[in-house]
Design a protein around this ligand. Structure first.
Ligand code: BTN
Length: 264
């Protein structure tokens, strides 16, 4: 059986979402670029594209996502209707955290979309949406998860900041098995978005790095703004309070903790 069909079958047997079509590539530029083409051509919700490696993997903020063999490179198409599209990335983060936990690895979520284990990056999520006059038409969720990645296959400057499921877990997992686990949990949390969005945000907050109340820098475009991290609000935005008491919401950006010496 080809890996795509095996994935569909494994998911169905776990009561997960029914995938109408799955493309499995040995090598591709970017699974998300391919899926965006399919989305524009009218592909149905839950169409998925996976690859064993990517030659043009993309991360957030225009960064490159190194994609050698040994990682899971998965993109899945959603077409939110009553589901709040702004919360799809948070639902995905919770789904990934739970999937990873099912392989015995505890992880933390860092706004907006990093999945960390032992303080190192285990996975990243890239959510790309297209809107028309009626609102959001589709969201392509791209997930890169380091399953059995060898640090030596990454550029030297990335090695210290990255971990893998193999390094963290007591037992081996295949990218296929991880994909099934992630998609099964995503099905659950996507349903929750429709029924009780606040439950998704609460679940995300529970798994977040507990930086609440601490001083952080938020890089948004060219600006870096410093303030105390208040919360991630019910729309998934990061809320910061500045020293004068003013608050600001961020819907995108990069957050990092201010170290003690720099804070004083
Ligand atoms: C991040 O910057 O943390 C997000 C990384 C997302 C990478 C995944 S790998 C599958 C999909 N295809 C891409 O080109 N990017 C996403």
């Amino acid at each position: 059986m080809d890996p795509g069909a095996a994935l569909v079958e494994a998911l169905a047997s776990r009561g997960g979402p029914r995938l109408p079509a799955v493309e499995w590539h040995e090598s591709i530029g970017s699974t998300s670029d391919r899926l965006k083409d399919l989305a524009r051509a009218g592909a149905p919700e839950w169409t998925a594209v996976l690859a064993e490696r990517q030659t043009g993997g993309r991360g957030r903020e225009g960064r490159t996502w190194q994609s050698p063999p040994g990682g899971l490179y998965l993109s899945v198409l959603l077409r939110p209707r009553s589901e709040p599209a702004s919360l799809v990335p948070l639902a995905a983060g919770v789904a990934v955290a739970e999937a990873v936990a099912s392989f015995g690895v505890a992880c933390e979520l860092k706004w907006p979309n990093d999945v960390l284990a032992s303080g190192r990056k285990l996975a990243g999520i890239l959510a790309e949406a297209s809107s028309g006059s009626a609102g959001v038409e589709w969201v392509v969720l791209g997930l890169g998860l380091n399953v059995a990645l060898e640090a030596s296959s990454l550029p030297a400057e990335l090695r210290d900041g990255v971990t893998s499921l193999r390094a963290e877990a007591a037992r081996e997992a295949s990218p296929e098995a991880v994909a099934v686990a992630v998609l099964a949990r995503l099905g659950v949390w996507y349903d929750a978005l429709r029924e009780a969005p606040s439950r998704v945000v609460a679940a995300w907050r529970e798994r977040a790095i507990p930086w609440w109340g601490t001083l952080v820098d938020v890089r948004s475009g060219a600006a870096v703004l410093r303030g105390r991290l208040v919360t991630v609000d019910d729309d998934g935005a990061l809320v910061i309070e500045f020293s004068g008491g003013d608050r600001r919401r961020f819907v995108s950006g990069e957050v990092s903790r201010v170290r003690q010496a720099a804070a004083s």
